[in-house]
Design a binder for this molecule. Structure first.
Ligand SMILES: NC(=O)C1=CN([C@@H]2O[C@H](COP(=O)(O)OP(=O)(O)OC[C@H]3O[C@@H](n4cnc5c(N)ncnc54)[C@H](O)[C@@H]3O)[C@@H](O)[C@H]2O)[C@H](O)CC1
Ligand SMILES: [K+]
Length: 455
């Protein structure tokens, strides 16, 4: 079982292409079933397993897993929602020599394996199937979903029928968008990959341009470092100074060598260099990133400061209020990272019915900027089509100021010398890890300070 971090994310069609390229579909199903059986046996510690099999190849995986468990002497029963309907599933079901119970008649077992539907789900579950899935899950000690929890849509993270939340999700071959995108992702807790494609040596990343966020390589100071080699960040303040203060604090705690706060000249902490705002201050060639937007306001002063930041030709992090004043179709002279949450994203780019990954990608191409589309499932997209998805964010990040902290951390990473895409990914990772360190009911100030501990 492999953690998702750093792994490619494939859609249902991309998985289908990868399977076809592999060629030996029955072999893949056998490997999938064997992998499921191994994981289930390890977790079941001898307890009885009930495997729910659907009509497609997800069900086929379940029949193989049942056979493998039985062969190893593990107590296992099978219940089916419908007879097998594909050649592969039929062949797998034929080799299961035990009884097949009707889903409606099945008695609970402590370990429940959901092998009803995977990437082929095309409509909501029938009411009785959903009812019995929930009934059996309610009595189980452990629910393991095969590939995906039955009821979620593979590609866009939508939920067709609410499944019971799995304790472990065994993603076959590769991660799918539904393992990371909300609302689907909340039902596939603890997703792990069973690597059925790579061992053949025939198929590897399948050409995917979408990956799960992984631990970044962060630049470390050396004996020759000084404050400007660590990166200089200018934070432009505005109508609400608290937000830009948070961004400045975050930039410092994320590792910037010098943070210049352009707002009022007085305030703490002492390590923060505060100067009264002037357009000319942005022309300092040592500035590696300008952060603009947190607390900027949306008045004429704010508009003028954004225009000056854009004219400065410094790399930009554009957040908060600045996103409301920003024209995504205007040309720019320097790289920019936009950090919209859902509301800001919609105001800037409108809404289409494609997945959050595809919407972030399209927005990035349109604005010719890196887009960090924030949320419980943050997507980072670059104009060249690559995207990275960060799943599993702490729900406690839903508090005021956490976005300002991300903007500051992004400024620090951008000024540190990382390329802009790596900087955006590093900032999202730092922010997520800081939230994990903070635990529960933290405030944005704690989050900014925790960035130091993550580093
Ligand atoms: N990725 C791989 O390399 C491998 C994946 N495997 C497994 O195969 C499934 C995908 O199989 P598929 O047959 O395409 O789809 P499903 O089993 O998810 O189900 C499709 C099946 O069900 C019908 N259907 C769709 N929605 C509903 C519904 N709401 N109610 C009733 N019936 C429905 C549809 O018409 C089909 O007949 C993948 O997830 C993996 O688990 C391979 O086993 C190994 C290689
Ligand atoms: K399933």
């Amino acid at each position: 079982m492999i953690p998702l971090a750093g792994r490619p994310i494939l859609t249902a069609v991309q998985m289908w292409v990868a399977e076809a390229a592999h060629g030996d579909l029955a072999g893949l199903m056998e490997q999938a079933g064997q992998g499921i059986a191994t994981a289930v046996r390890r977790l079941a510690t001898g307890a009885e397993v009930l495997i729910l099999c659907g009509p497609g190849n997800n069900g086929g995986d379940g029949y193989v897993a049942a056979r493998r468990l039985a062969e190893s002497g593990h107590p296992v029963r099978v219940a089916a929602s419908a007879p097998p309907a594909t050649d592969l599933a039929r062949a797998a079901a034929d080799r299961w020599i035990g009884a097949v119970e009707r889903l409606a008649d099945a008695a609970p077992a402590p370990i429940l394996v959901d092998s009803l539907f995977g990437t082929g789900l095309s409509r909501p579950l029938a009411d009785d199937v959903a009812h019995h899935l929930h009934r059996l899950a309610a009595s189980a000690r452990l629910l393991i979903a095969v590939d995906l929890p039955s009821g979620v849509a593979t590609d866009d993270g939508s939920v067709l029928t609410e499944p019971p939340a799995a304790d472990l999700t065994l993603a076959l071959g590769h991660a799918k968008p539904a393992h990371l995108l909300q609302p689907a992702a909340r039902y596939s807790r603890n997703a792990r990959i069973i690597d059925i494609l790579a061992p053949s040596g025939k198929v590897k990343g399948e050409g995917s341009t979408t990956f799960v966020l992984s631990t970044p390589d962060l630049p470390e100071p050396g004996p020759d470092s000084h404050k400007f080699t660590r990166g200089m960040v200018a934070v432009v303040a505005g109508a609400m100074p608290g937000a830009s203060d948070l961004a400045s604090l975050a930039a410092m705690h994320a590792g910037a060598g010098y943070v210049l706060h352009l707002g009022d000249a007085d305030g703490i902490p002492h390590a923060l260099v505060r100067k009264t705002y002037s357009d000319a201050a942005l022309d300092d060639p040592r500035i590696g990133a300008v952060v603009i937007g947190p607390g900027l306001g949306r008045d004429d002063t704010a508009r003028a400061r954004l225009a000056a930041a854009l004219a400065s030709r410094r790399p930009l992090v554009i957040d908060g209020d600045a996103l409301h004043l920003f024209d995504p179709d205007a040309s720019r002279h320097a790289p920019a990272i936009l950090t919209p949450h859902a509301g800001e994203f919609k105001a800037l780019f409108g809404h289409t019915h494609s997945s959050k990954i595809d919407r972030a990608r399209a927005a990035s191409a349109r604005a010719d900027a890196i887009v960090i589309y924030k949320g419980p499932d943050t997507v980072i997209a670059v104009p060249d089509g690559r995207a990275v998805v960060a799943g599993d964010a702490s729900d406690w990040l839903s508090t005021a100021g956490t976005g300002d902290v991300l903007a500051g951390a992004t400024g620090a990473m951008l000024a540190s010398g990382l390329d802009p895409f790596a900087a955006a990914c590093a900032a999202v990772w730092l922010h997520g890890e800081a939230a994990r360190l903070c635990g529960r009911s933290f405030i944005a100030d704690d989050l900014a300070a925790a960035l130091s501990r993550v580093r």
